[in-house]
Design a protein around this ligand. Sequence first.
Ligand code: HEM
Length: 533
Amino acid sequence: MSIASSIFSHAQSGWQSVILLLLVTYIAYFYYKYYTRENPLPGPIPLPLLGNFLQIGWDLPRWANKAQAKYGDAWEVWLGRERSIFLGRADFVEKIYNPSTKNNFTMRTGPSEGLDEFGYTNKGIIMNRESWQYNRGLVNQTVTAKSYLKELVKATQENFKETEGYWRKLASHKPLDFAAWSMCMVTDVTVIMSTGKPAYQCAIYYNSLVSDKAKIQHPQSVFKFEGDFVEAITTWFYAVQFSYFFPKWIRHYVPVFKSYQDKFMKNSKWMLSTLLEIIKERRQEIECAPPHVQLPANVLTLLLTTNTPRDMTKVSTINSIDRPMNDAEIAENLVEVFAAGIDTTANSLTFMIWNMCKYPHAKQRLLEEMAEVFGPNLQNREITQESLEKLIYFDAFIKETARLTPVVPALVKTAQKDDEIVGFRWKAGTQFYTNIHGIHLNPAHWDNPQEFDPDRFLKIESSKTKNALLQFGGGLRICPGRQMAILELKTLLVCLLRKYEIELEDSRGELQYSFGMINHCDNLNVFIRPKAF
Ligand code: HEM
C-alpha cells in the first residue's frame, strides 16, 4: 500500500479526506517549488509555512553565525514563507551599501499591509517607503547640527552628574546592574535632547531600588506617567516586526495574536498622541518667543523651525527638503529617534564597560589617552566636542567593541528591481540579510577575528576593507545618529573612567546578551567605586 493510501485509509470521513488531500498536495507543491527554485544556495531545508523558524529559534543572529560556519558566506533561509538570502562577506554586500542615488536596495522590506496598517510605511524614516528621503534629510540635518552636538555633550555631562548623586546614596558594596543604568542614562539624555524636557528615568530607576523612606521626589516626567517609557519604545519596535511577519488574518482573528495586535496598536497611538501634545505646546512656546531670543538646540525645536524664518540649521542638502514638517511627521520622527537611538547607544556603552573590565591593557590605554588630552586635574575638566574628537584610541575601542558585539547584528534590504548579487540574478522583491556579525568575524577581513584588539583600527594597512565594519550600516540608509552616538558614548566613558573604578561582580562569567530587535545586554552587575584623589 502506498503512503498516501495508508494515510487516507485512516481518514474517518469525507471532509477529513478532502483536508488531507489538500494538505498533501500543498506539501508536495511546496517541496516541488523548493527543489526547483532559481539560484539555489546552501541552507537548511524549510518546513511549509514555518520555514526554518523551528531550527532558528529566538536568536536569529546567533543562529546565523553558526549557519555561516556551516554553509559558507552566502546561504539561504526561509523566514516563514519568505525566502531570505544571507550574506556574510564585505564584497558580497558592496551593491547594497553603495551610496549612489541609483542604489537598488534602499528599502528594508517590500510592500506590507501590516506595516501599512500600523502607519509605518508613509511616516518617519525607518520603514517609510514614500517620503523617507524628506524625513531623513531633516532629521539628519538636526542631529548633526553644530549647536545640537555641543548641547548634547553638555546635557550628557549634566545627566551623568545626576546619576552620580544616586550612586552616592546607594551602598557601594552592593553591585549595580550597569545595563539597566545605561538604559536610563541614555534615555534621559535622548529625551531631553529630543523634547527639551526631562524624562527622569534615572530617578525612577533609583526609586525602584530603594525603600519607600529613601525614595526621592522629582518633578513629573515629560511623558506624564511613571510607567516604563523604555518598554513603550521597545514595544514600538516589536510592533514593526509583528505587523510585518504575521498576515492580517492571524493578527486579527487568532486570539493570542489579536491581543498583541491590540496592545501594539494602543502603544503606538499612546506614544503618538503624547508626543503630539508636547509638540503643540512647544510650537506655541516658539511662536511666543521674541525673534531675538536664541532657541534651544533640541530635535523638536530644530524640526519645528527648519525651513521657517527661525531656521537654526540652514544647511538644506537635498532640494526636496524645503518645506517645514507638520506635527504628525515630527511625532513619528521623534518616536524613531527614541527607538533607534536609545537601546543601541545604551547597549553599546554596556558592552564597552564589559570590555574595559575584561581587558586591563585596553583600560590602561584609555586612561593614558584621557590624561594626555585633558591634562592635570582631569576629573574637573569640562568635556567638549573638540576634546572628544582627539580621543583616537577611544574611537578604536568603540569600533572593536562593535565589531565583536554589534548591537545591530543583521540588517535586511529588499531589491527594488531585478539585480545581480553573488553571481546570480535575483528577482525584484528578494530579501537580502547582511550578516553584520558574520562579516565582523570573517577571517577574510580580519586577522585573529575573535581577539579583542582595538589597535587593529590604528594600523593604516589593516581593517580598511570596504564594508568590513558595519556598526552603523552604510550607503544611503547609514545611521544618521552615528556622530551623536559616538559623542555620547565618549562623554559617558570619560565621565566614568576619570572618577570611578568599575569591577565586574563575576569576573569569570560570560557576557550575558540576547537578541530582541537588537543585541542587548540582559544584566551586567558591577561594583562602581569612586577613585581616591
Ligand atoms: C551606537 C549607537 C547606534 C548604532 C549602533 C546604530 C546603528 C544603526 C544601524 C546599523 C542602522 C541601519 C543602517 C542601514 O540600514 O544601513 C541605523 C539606522 C538608523 N539609526 Fe542608528 N544607531 C545608533 C544610534 C542612533 C542614534 C543616537 C539615532 C538618533 C538620531 C539613530 C537613528 C537612526 C535612524 C533614524 C535610522 C534609520 C535610517 C534610515 O532608515 O535611513 N541611531 N542605526
